[in-house]
Design a protein around this ligand. Sequence first.
Ligand SMILES: Nc1ncnc2c1ncn2[C@@H]1O[C@H](COP(=O)(O)OP(=O)(O)OP(=O)(O)O)[C@@H](O)[C@H]1O
Ligand SMILES: [Mg+2]
Length: 252
Amino acid sequence: MLSIKNLHVSIEGKRILKGVDLEINTGETHVIMGPNGSGKSTLASIIAGKTGYNITKGNVYFLNKNLIDLSPEERAHLGIFLSFQYPIEIPGVSIINFIKTAINSIRKAKNMDKISAREILSKVKKISNQLNIENDFVYRSLNEQFSGGERKKNEIFQMMMLNPLLSILDEIDSGLDIDALRIVSQGINTFRSEKNSVLIITHYKRLLDYLLSDYIVHILYNGKIIHSGDEKLVKKLEKEGYNWIDQKNIHC
Ligand SMILES: Nc1ncnc2c1ncn2[C@@H]1O[C@H](COP(=O)(O)OP(=O)(O)OP(=O)(O)O)[C@@H](O)[C@H]1O
Ligand SMILES: [Mg+2]
């Protein structure tokens, strides 16, 4: 589904990604871990099409299309969803209207009719129940005066409503209390299917503990993926941090 080849990215002349290769197939869940500033959010932004980055080398393919020339909207229409590490606030726009607009924009790109009020309300009800969200939550202004946890829950809510092919969740676990963490993880488990893929960026094992353990984990270190593995690698990181990484073997 997603194929990243030898990706090099700079911001204002500073090299951030230094040759990232990543293959995500349909039905897979991948996890990226790595120290602060290693380039995780940059990688997420590049896939989603955020501007301000300079791709100096390499390519990003999604469903065999080169993404580099596509706008963020075109990428969303293809089925890419990015939850933000720091979600934006849009005063005066309710969650439900924001999601309805996003769903209809995707449907328009596919020559489909607008979603009916009945269909959207039944989806809202089902997903609100799954995420333990009050029914009137969706009528609040997007992220305005939301607590940190509410923002994150709302991101997962949006993902489940939009039903994207590739979801990128950047630090979706930060600021969640223990119950919300479990609910959000279970939401991700419920959402996952053989038809979609999920890319999770996190610093901590605690989110992954609630996830189905068939994920593939990668360590992004100084702009490169230097290790990939399974949950054993997560356990090692939790115990030893990043100090065991042999600096001599990392060529930048
Ligand atoms: N818009 C920008 N302008 C200048 N430098 C930037 C910009 N965005 C990111 N950087 C720099 O790029 C590097 C990678 O940042 P990025 O946000 O991708 O890291 P990260 O791995 O997501 O870190 P964290 O774990 O703290 O979220 C950092 O050194 C950061 O300061
Ligand atoms: Mg980040």
